[in-house]
Ligand binder design. Structure first.
Ligand code: ACK
Length: 669
């Protein structure tokens, strides 16, 4: 084998900067050194006026995903200071770099963070809005130190945040933006340009275009014409009404009018075109007044018909209780009552009721049913159907090993069916996890906990993302973590994690790995191994849900029909991952797990390195030996904790598949 070399330095470093983040990207080295194990390190120095006045950037600066061992040729830098010179040195490395006696070649780039100056823009006001335009104005800075040449206005649809944006310029401190969509929320940022460059952007301002009806009112130029026409029209109306009343034709007219109004309403509701037969979800945030959304989708319940019995848990906004609801003319039913604790601010009330506005639009056996809301008296409450067995994760943990595979698949089928319904309605859940699924006494699972688009301040599962929001990392697809691309395909990823939680009876996904480690491992191709006793087909299905490329993941429709077939043909569930003798799938179907070269390496990856000596002392010194171990062997070498046994056995199964795959492809292991 010929010798290999360290790689040459990276090339063509480019950057993109805004007030809060700096994105660096480069091309791979021209010479890879004859190897494939290329990584990059990024070093940062903050420099003063003199090139010699440099110091290393402190801990305060953040690099996403990290600053050393990067496998992709880009990095995002956060928390830098304004008006500073930063020099970033990017080096490429491979496994032989450390043996080289030459200084490591680096590529450097110096960036001045001038962009982050003061905004120079006062409060931005909406002067008027029509169906397709919005007029904005803002205060000029009192004494603009450098004279302002013009303003740049950046805007985008709120729903498609940051995916694409438009911009326009204005010399004056006002602008009319045209070509917008009706009844759509837009986000605006404005910055000033002077001879010294750009100021930083103003804070975001959100304004909405109007719908057809208010458009008329806003068009002030036409008011006079309308007024004149109205007077004439009114006179004509009086004459016609008298005529119809006299001739008895009025009733016919009123009926026809009501019919056409009803038709109009079903087709066009709050700016959302609705086609008869296909129901679509309406985002309550598109209502200017959120109370109106609640009243449109949820029934107001008279609190005297609710009997609260006991507290069953703590929700995000207050206690969750069980009780009874006796609506007039209906039989009494058990209900769960979510309450909004006293001392709330308006925003909390709105966020709390948002869930009801969402839930009230759904009607499906696998979606929690909303009975109604209490908004006109205190406490504010959301009343939903009662689910005797509480949330799925706690339920499974309590009944570890109690169900047949078919029962578990039945639960999964129910969840997939509820999710298919949501996805058909155009609703993206964003927070699907076993803790957000409830189980009733018939083991029917129903999707619950809607409305995660706000920041959940105290959710222990949520972690900050680069864009400032909080996301439950372990359940979330990589593209949703990286750039908030939430879609039914990202819900599919979360569904795969729920499958894993169900098949492992409520085990915590990725165990106690940190959120950051989860993100990195996923990026490197690691996927959760099959839980103990999990049919091979189901693990394969999970792996499909965790395809990096979201268009390669199955849809909920496909999942439901696949699970249906499994239930009809249970023999396909008999092959457990631990029993696999051959590997029927084509090599392309094998997920690319990282290959481990030593036992220590492998145990580290599953955070079980404390057992390294147990393996070694018992003669399990190669990965090949380990891949043949049974659960009894694992117990025998001294792994006594059930959770640890499970984790090790699960990983051994994956290791076994990997070994077989390699052997089949002619590798010696
Ligand atoms: O795991 P749990 O017993 O089930 O604890 C949580 C708690 O309230 C906070 O969400 C329980 N819970 C929520 N909604 C319902 C419901 N509709 N029926 C029964 N329990 C519920 C949940």
């Amino acid at each position: 084998m010929s010798c290999t070399r360290p790689p040459s330095p990276p090339r063509n470093v480019i950057f993109n900067i805004n007030e809060s983040s700096l994105f660096l990207e480069w091309s791979p080295p021209s010479d890879m050194g004859g190897r494939k194990d290329l990584t990059y390190n990024v070093m940062c120095k903050k420099c003063g006026a003199e090139p010699r006045d440099c110091e290393l950037c402190g801990e305060g600066m953040r690099f996403i995903p990290r600053h050393v061992g990067l496998t992709n040729s880009s990095v995002t830098v956060l928390d830098f200071v304004a008006h500073a010179n930063y020099t970033f040195e990017i080096e490429s490395l491979n496994a032989v770099s450390e043996f080289s006696s030459f200084p490591r070649p680096v590529t450097a780039i110096t960036i001045t963070t001038d962009q982050a100056g003061p905004s120079l823009i006062g409060m931005v006001r909406k002067d008027w809005a029509s169906q397709n335009s919005i007029a904005l104005s803002w205060q000029e800075h009192e004494q603009p130190s450098p004279a302002i040449l013009d303003y740049e206005i950046k805007y985008y649809e709120k729903e498609h945040e940051e995916l694409s944006y438009s911009s326009t310029r204005s010399k004056a401190a006002s602008v009319i933006i045209t070509g917008l969509k009706p009844t759509t929320k837009y986000v605006f940022h404005i910055r000033a340009r002077s001879a010294a460059g750009y100021s930083s952007y103003s804070p975001r301002y959100e304004y909405e275009t109007s719908d057809e009806t208010s458009d008329m009112a806003a068009d002030q130029g036409q008011v006079l014409v309308i007024a004149t026409a109205a007077v004439g029209g009114f006179a004509l109306l009086v004459i016609l009404t008298l005529f119809f009343l006299i001739t008895g034709r009025c009733q016919w007219y009123i009926k026809a009018k009501m019919k056409s109004e009803e038709k109009r309403r079903t087709h066009f509701q709050n700016g959302h075109i609705r086609f008869p037969g296909i129901k679509t979800y309406v985002d309550p945030d598109t209502y200017e007044d959120p109370t109106q959304a609640v009243h449109e989708f949820a029934k107001e319940i008279d609190p005297s018909t609710i009997r609260i019995e006991r507290v069953i848990g703590a929700g995000e906004f207050g206690e969750v209780c069980s009780g009874r609801l006796k609506s007039p003319g209906k039989r009494e039913i058990p209900v769960a009552i979510k309450t909004l604790k006293g001392g709330y601010v308006d925003r909390q009330r709105r966020d709390f009721l948002r869930e009801a506005s969402i839930m009230g639009q759904f009607d499906h056996p696998n979606i929690i049913r909303l009975e109604g809301v209490v908004t006109k008296s205190r406490p504010v409450m959301i009343v939903v159907e009662y689910m005797e067995n509480g949330s799925l994760d706690t339920f499974l943990r309590k009944h570890d090993g109690h169900f047949t595979v078919i029962q578990l698949v039945g639960m999964l089928r129910g969840i997939a069916s509820g999710m298919k319904y949501l996805s058909d309605m155009g609703y993206v859940h964003r927070d699907l996890a076993a803790r957000n699924i409830l189980v009733n006494s018939n083991l029917v699972c129903k999707v619950s906990d809607f409305g995660l688009s706000r920041v959940l301040e105290d959710d222990p599962e949520a972690a900050y993302t680069t864009s400032g929001g909080k996301i439950p990392i372990r359940w979330t697809a990589p593209e949703a973590i990286a750039y908030r691309k939430f879609s039914s395909a990202s819900d599919i990823w979360s569904y795969g994690i729920v499958m894993w939680e169900v098949m492992s009876y409520g085990e915590r996904p990725y165990w106690e790995m940190s959120n950051q480690d989860v993100i990195l491992s996923i990026e490197e191709g690691y996927r959760l191994p099959a839980p103990m006793g999990c049919p091979m087909t189901l693990h394969q299905l999970m792996l499909q849900c965790w395809q990096k490329e979201r268009s390669h993941r199955p849809t909920f429709t496909e999942l439901v029909s696949f699970l249906d077939k499994l239930i009809r043909n249970p023999s396909s569930l008999q092959t457990l991952v631990e029993d696999v003798q051959g590997f029927p799938e084509s090599p392309g179907d094998v997920p690319e797990y990282p290959l481990f070269i030593s036992i220590g390496d492998w145990l580290d990856s599953i955070k079980m390195s404390q057992y390294k000596n147990n393996f070694m002392a018992s003669g399990f010194t190669t990965l090949d030996c380990v891949s043949r171990m049974s659960i009894d062997d694992v117990r025998r070498i001294g792994v006594t904790l059930i959770g640890h046994q499970r984790r090790i056995v699960s990983s051994i199964q994956t290791l076994r598949l990997q070994m077989m795959h390699l052997q089949e492809n002619g590798f010696h292991v």
